[in-house]
Design a protein around this ligand. Sequence first.
Ligand code: ZN
Length: 218
Amino acid sequence: MVTVKIRGQGQDVAVGKIICIGRNYAEHVKELGNVVPDSPILFMKPASCIVRDGGTVIIPSYSDECHHEVELAVLIGKEGKNIQPEDALEHAAGYGVAIDLTLRDVQNKLKDKGHPWEIAKAFDTSCPLSDFVPADAVEDPQDLNLKLSVNGELRQDGNSSDMMRSVAQIIAEMSYYFTLEAGDILLTGTPAGVSVLQSGDTVEASIEEVGSLQVFVA
Ligand code: ZN
């Protein structure tokens, strides 16, 4: 069983499903030449793909283009279905730092064929994840700087105020399709600046008020 910690709280939380939203920052949509979707693009990762702070990422041999995507992660603390946006943040137990690793070359091929994305998005080690801070430690989830650097060089530098769908809207929309349960983790999209990772890289991601995360590429 994969578990996560909320800082200052003794008990470990068992991770359920990890639900992710694609194309949630306009500048990132532009850099990949995609269009802004009418309805949210959702996909999932299994809990078994989580890598801890200080851990190692293994890029699968079937890809030559593994991209980093720094994302604000939301830990769900209370079950809900068809949650209304105005009630949504009550379902957040904590916030963390995640990296949504993406095999862009594989994903592009799957997209062209209309096939599911799992082998590009949900492979082993595809979700580096920090511990969580309690939700009430974050004053405003829509005003957080997100940064990611590779070998000390800044690659992503964004702010959650640029999300097209807010954290509350994401919780509400995801709960329309999937019952959210305590221990589920939501990834809220990445700002611009995604780039390719190589073997030997050190990746550091941070979100103000939330924390930081460092992983190594094998
Ligand atoms: Zn992503």
